[in-house]
Design a protein around this ligand. Structure first.
Ligand SMILES: [Zn+2]
Length: 118
């Protein structure tokens, strides 16, 4: 007799306390310090890592300046003629987060203000 298929593996880590599900969110995740907003339940470790990279950036810029810098870079990218998505992924904070979010140990070895090198 064939054995039953194994149950899906549990998530490698439990969902952190600061992760809040917002079903009407227009993006998969958003770092709103100190919270991580997610659209769907069971976020991937990569998505959580991406948002935690943004938290580190936010802490290093004392929160509010991060959001101003983020918005300014987006607007400058749009003024350069980039479409919404291109302007978004070219924000230095996003370049760092997307470049390193698959490396779940990235924050352990990341340099201070590493977003400047992106
Ligand atoms: Zn991001």
């Amino acid at each position: 007799m064939k054995s039953k298929a194994p149950k899906p593996a549990p998530l490698p880590v439990s969902t952190p306390w600061n992760v809040i599900r917002v079903p009407f969110l227009k993006v998969n995740g958003m770092a709103l310090f100190p919270f991580i907003l997610i659209r769907e339940g069971r976020p991937s470790a990569r998505l959580i890592n991406h948002e935690r990279i943004h938290h580190r950036q936010q802490i290093e810029l004392l929160i509010i300046p991060f959001y101003l810098w983020y918005l300014l870079e987006y607007l400058l990218n749009r003024l350069r003629g980039q479409d919404h998505y291109t302007a978004y992924v070219n924000i230095r904070f996003e370049r760092e987060a997307y470049r390193h979010d698959a490396d779940l140990d990235y924050l352990k070895k990341r340099k201070f203000w590493a977003f400047l090198d992106q």
